[in-house]
Design a protein around this ligand. Structure first.
Ligand code: N5H
Length: 257
């Protein structure tokens, strides 16, 4: 327990189950005394989230529905947050989506529809959400999104998501410039592979984890608690001089040739 976030209102988007990066982030934020607001898209996620919050004895300020690929849904969600909570100090964007069919084989075969869907849900969503969050971050604030090495390098099968994460990381930089004048910082965490719902059904995921354990400087994989603590750092005043950054939480794997 620390008091890094006491009195701070933070919106967390993207808890689907106990393995979600957003759940690791929630635990770190809760331990730091943050007041938490959650958004969900699927009814199933709402039920999971409610059960997790109950078990962890976390009382949220608010839980609202938000489909990040729908502007009206985002506007409604942030209007409700404004009305019920007032201002916010932090936002966690931990959502992404691509069609399963686009996540294997060759990138050259990506369909126009699949490309646009991945960009819409995984990259443009940060821009749309930042625009609404800015309106209620009246004391300044911090926005943190989640990325992956496939944004910078070709990682087998990541394909359309790699290109979406590249757009996401570039958006972090452009948003950091736009929002900096309001003392709002925008950063990303690029975590190593972690077994989440998104990783479900990925063939060869064990091999990917094995490669990291063998080659990363720390000779191991990372977990949700490490992503949670790094995200907490970026949301807290400890990182007040940092914006437009992509912080790798990957046991050092990205430095290896
Ligand atoms: C190189 C890899 C493995 C291959 C690529 C995995 C890409 C995962 C990201 C996307 C977001 C996963 C996704 O959209 C899955 C959906 O098609 C199907 N799943 C769902 O609909 C579930 C139910 C919902 C909850 O999921 C979502 N996203 O809404 C990358 C891995 C080594 C690392 C990794 C897994 C990265 C990442 O971006 O998550």
């Amino acid at each position: 327990m620390n008091n890094l976030m006491s009195g701070k209102n933070v919106v967390v988007m993207g808890v689907a189950n106990e393995r979600s990066l957003a759940w690791g982030i929630t635990k770190s934020l809760h331990a730091a005394g943050a007041n938490l607001i959650f958004t969900y898209r699927k009814e199933r996620s709402f039920q999971k989230l409610s059960a997790l919050l109950f078990e962890a004895e976390i009382t949220p300020l608010l839980v609202v529905s938000c489909d990040v690929s729908d502007d009206a849904s985002i506007e409604n969600a942030f209007l409700e947050i404004k009305q019920k909570v007032g201002k916010i100090h932090g936002l966690v964007h931990s959502v992404a989506f691509a069609e399963k069919d686009e996540l294997h084989g060759e990138y050259v075969d990506t369909s126009r529809e699949g490309y646009l869907l991945a960009q819409n849900a995984s990259a443009y969503s940060l821009v749309a959400v930042a625009r609404e969050a800015k309106k209620i971050m009246t004391d300044g604030g911090s926005i943190v999104t989640q990325s992956y090495l496939g944004a910078e390098r070709v990682v087998k099968n990541y394909n359309v998501m790699g290109v979406a994460k590249a757009a996401l990381e570039a958006s972090v930089r452009y948003l950091a410039e736009d929002l900096g004048k309001y003392n709002i910082r925008v950063n990303a965490v690029s975590s190593g592979p972690i077994r989440t719902l998104s990783a479900k059904g990925v063939s060869g995921f064990n091999d990917i984890l094995g490669t990291i354990a063998e080659k990363a400087p720390l000779r191991r994989n990372v977990d949700q608690s490490e992503v949670g603590d790094a995200t907490l750092f970026l949301l807290s005043s400890l990182s007040r001089g940092i914006t437009g950054e992509v912080l790798h939480v990957d046991a050092g794997y990205h430095i290896m040739g």
